[in-house]
Structure formats: C-alpha cells, structure tokens
Design a protein around this ligand. Sequence first.
Ligand code: NAI
Ligand code: MG
Length: 345
Amino acid sequence: MRKVCVMEGDGIGKEVIPEALKVLKELGDFEIIKGDVGLECLKKYGTALPDETIEKAKEADVILFGAITSPKPNEVKNYKSPIITLRRMFDLYANVRPINNFGVGELIGRLNNYEFLKVKDVDLVIIRENTEGLYVGREKILEDDIAISERIITRKGSERIIRFAFEYAKRNNRKKVSCIHKANVLRVSDGLFLKIFNEIKEKYNNIKADDFLVDSTAMNLIKYPEKFDVIVTTNLFGDILSDEASVLIGGLGLAPSANIGGKKALFEPVHGSAPDIAGKGIANPMASILSVAMLFDYMGEKEKGDIIREAVKQCIINKKTTPDLGGNLKTVEVGDEIVRYIRKR
Ligand code: NAI
Ligand code: MG
C-alpha cells in the first residue's frame, strides 16, 4: 500500500492536518505513518526533526506536513529549520503554489484586522526554485561590518525548474509561462536564468512565454492578476511573490503548496503555526485540504484532486467557512462539510 508520512507539527498544524486526513481517507487508500516535528518535539526530544521521523519520511511515498513554530533567535543553538532540511534532504526542487479563488470574486479575507480586496477571478500558479538562489545558506561576515550572502544560480538547477514549469503548463492545459527575474541588475545570475528560459521556451510551441522584472511584477500581480498564468522564478522572488499573491484570494487559509523532487514530494499549507489563533478551533483547514488535492494530482489521480477542489469551492460559495473567510464555522465543521460535499457529488 502507498505510504504517507504525516507531520502535524505545532499550533494550528495539529488542528488542520486531522481535517486534511479525513479527506485523504475519504478518497484514497494509504498507510499513514505519523512523525514528530517542530518546537514541541524539540522541547520533548531535544531535536525538531528526530532521526525516527526522517526514517519514516524516507520510507513513505509522500509527506503531508502541517506547520511548525520556529524558536526565537538565540533560543536554540544551531537551529536548523526542519522544513528546509526536508526540502534539501529529498532534493524537492520545485515549489508549486497555486493561487485560486475558485471564481468567488466577492471574497473578502481578513487577517490581523486587515480586510483584503474584493478581487476578480484569480487562477495562477507560482513555481519557485526551491534549492538554490539566495537560500543556499552561504553567508559570512567579511571584516567587522560587511555581511555577504552568495546567490547561486546553476544551469542544472535552472533547466530543471524551467522545464518543470513548461511541463506543468502542458499537463494542466495552461496557456502561458512567465519568467520573473531581475536580469537588468543581476545581469550574471538572473542573466543565466533568463537565457536558459529563452532556450527552453523554444521547445514548447503551444505554450506562450514572456518575462518580466520582479519589481513591476509585484505591482502587476495586484493590479492585473488575470495577466498571469504560470510563473517560474528563483527562490527568494518566488517566496515573496507567493505570499503577496495569497492576498488576492483572501489570505493564507486558501493557499496550498507542493514541494516536488525526482523521487518524493511533500505537501503543506503555505501558512505557519498561527499562535494567535491556535487552540481556538477556528483555523481554516482548506489550505491543508487543497494540499491533499495536490497530493492526489501528484499520485496520478487528478480526478480526485478535482473532486476536492470542487468541494472546497462549494463550501466557499455556500459560506461554509471559518472566520478568516467571513464565515462562522469551526475548523472541524469545515472539514466535515467538505467531506459531505465529496459524498454528495
Ligand atoms: P502564520 O502563517 O502562522 O500566520 C500569519 C497570520 O495568518 C496570522 O494572523 C494567522 O492567524 C493567520 N493564519 C494563518 N493560517 C491561517 C489559517 N489556516 N486560518 C486562519 N488564519 C490563518 O505566520 P506567522 O504568524 O508569521 O508565523 C507563526 C509561526 O509559524 C512562526 O514561528 C513562523 O516561523 C512559523 N512558520 C512556519 C511555516 C511552516 O511551517 N512552513 C511557514 C510560515 C511560518
Ligand atoms: Mg514564505
């Protein structure tokens, strides 16, 4: 039987993942192996990612990850983020973040008392390079007051993420891939990334291709989200643009993600452990449930992924939502509603 390693983590990770598991079990047969991870785990066992959890992850076909709380600076010596360790360990080079409001254009999200825009239909996907760029961790202090970070862009890393983006577009009937960069200033590193994009796009005649600078893209994502379809970009730009884009769909409660490598994949909501609402039973489980839909897509069962996305859409249309999307249901009730829509279809 196929194996899923499940890591709930901290805070609302413990609340939203059980809802995601309800949906996973409703539609698929998997052996589920649970692994400890995160800050609570660190306090209990002295490590945020125990070897036992790593062994379970190795054994599994896929990983479902909730969210973890990071320790405060200087609270833990030599702390390494478990999620970054897992991405590196399994070479999960493609971070896929769909941004979709399911046609619910009137949606208004609330986050920390900020209300989000009323938006038009949004349906785009950000594909972020997950292993190199500015996040390779090569930082040092030169003399006393100069800090240096190295930004690594390789042909191998760029080719595989750009090809991944075009193949993703082909598989999912998407019309266009946009390369986002800063090659006017980072002429060498992003120059290479853009050059490789221009080489690879020639091999995909049926998919349009264009490229934009990252700063103007930050503005245009908000002004004209409908102009984007698939975005492919380097690590830091992808990290920032995907959090920005989540605002378009009513916040983090609707933002799922996949981290995909050659042999394994990890699925997780984009959000963190949300200590401000943890324990209240009001966290939105949809981001985790939509991550399960991506897990089915990855397993070659896109029809099941589509069933889940349709059930989430029905919940939103019928206002069966948690407070972040304007509703008054609890986390568990939203999970139950989604299962109910799945059964009703
Ligand atoms: P966060 O994503 O946990 O929360 C940001 C805001 O969004 C909060 O107001 C929260 O209540 C709200 N929110 C997030 N998810 C929600 C959901 N499902 N339903 C309703 N509202 C939701 O980010 P924050 O507060 O910056 O970080 C909290 C902790 O999480 C930190 O320790 C941080 O390091 C960690 N973190 C972990 C991540 C991971 O595990 N992959 C990713 C991001 C942050
Ligand atoms: Mg981020």
